[in-house]
Design a protein around this ligand. Sequence first.
Ligand SMILES: Nc1nc2c(ncn2[C@@H]2O[C@H](COP(=O)(O)OP(=O)(O)O)[C@@H](O)[C@H]2O)c(=O)[nH]1
Ligand SMILES: [Mg+2]
Length: 446
Amino acid sequence: MFENLSERLDKIFRNLRGKGYLTEDNIKAGLREVRMALLEADVNFRIVKNFIAEVEKRALGVEVMKSLTPGQQVVKIVYEQLVNLMDTEGFQFKVFNNRLTKVMLVGLQGSGKTTACAKLAAFYRKKGIKPMLVACDVYRPAAVDQLKILGKQIGIPVVSEDTKNVLKIADSALSMADKEMVNLLIFDTAGRLHIDEPMMEEVARLKTHIKPDYIFFVADATTGQDAVTIAKEFYDKLAFDAVILTKLDGDARGGAALSIKAVTGKPVAFVGIGEKISDLEIFYPDRMASRILGMGDVLTLIEKAEEAIDMEAEEKLARKMLKNQFTLNDFLKQLQSIKKMGSLESIIRMIPGLGRKLPADLKIDDKALKHIEAIIQSMTEKEREHPEIINGSRRLRIAKGCGLSVTEVNRLLRQFEEMKKMLKKVNTPQGRKHIERMMGGNRPEI
Ligand SMILES: Nc1nc2c(ncn2[C@@H]2O[C@H](COP(=O)(O)OP(=O)(O)O)[C@@H](O)[C@H]2O)c(=O)[nH]1
Ligand SMILES: [Mg+2]
């Protein structure tokens, strides 16, 4: 999903990564590309225009975080704007197991309404809700049968009647739901190939009659801006509450997902990601934004860096590393701050440029972190600063002090030596430049 958009954005930000500072020029060049990428993804042009203006305003005013490259900083802003664009705040689909919630699905023929009815019913039954389906698409000959078959397949009752009067069917369903103590009554409705007045009027009549708690507009994501235009027309007539975006599995561009909230004012609540009944997910704007950017690792790094790292201390440490003055004390401090962030190995591998330099077989076991900490803590201050003085008898004493074996003490010292060797390798003009960039600019004293 969204392959094209993710790929393009990834390339744009990779180019920005090499640029040093966020300047008006490099932001503009980058955003021009983002703009093209969004338009090619079939996002509504007015939305794209506002989006770019907003990102630009924020990017220009912002100070680049020391641990990020300019490209990453722009990714962060674009990411946050994408989340805003698809925001679901203010909407909550609430279903209770002690009363009835009435839901109506509307949309064009073929958008996935009938399938979505069954998916929703199955989704909520798993949560202890008692659902029932109502077949109100009385025009397409096979529509009622399709819902009945789906209902049978998942063991959920379907109300249908041999009449074209949908209000009558709705009445039967309401009294049946009351009798059976149903919690979630889902009305499948008719949709034509194009919007037409009689169809709209019938759905509007059904709405007035049953007074649904929620109306979901079902949109086929693969139709891009058409889905968005139709959503707007449905919204003007029916004022739906949220959108179920189907066939996202077949949507390589993402335009509908990105535009529908901005155009209708109503968020996507669920997404269909396949033909199977279980292929329904709650829609989370943040997850969708990171899927679109295809930059899970960079985003996670940014988030974690913001949460846990003391930037100044990091910078000092990086400089020490470059000067080859990195000691076991620094290692210990580093371990302690890294423990807050997650697995040591995953963090190291997320650092752009550095991750790739690490040997693939370098395994840092998280359980070993505690041991390493214990070993260093039972060393004297002098030993931590000058590990070369740690001879056989000191090793034995340290091992006893932390309750671990001499082998483990040896392993740590060996690992530390290897790490220093590795740092020496990174400590080339090119490596230094990279770290300088990570720290946000040229620092002549390094
Ligand atoms: N790939 C995929 N196909 C879907 C999805 N939702 C529905 N479909 C298919 O789309 C077609 C039309 O669905 P249907 O529920 O009959 O649409 P309706 O006319 O709006 O009721 C069917 O072949 C479904 O299997 C989805 O999320 N992914
Ligand atoms: Mg149908």
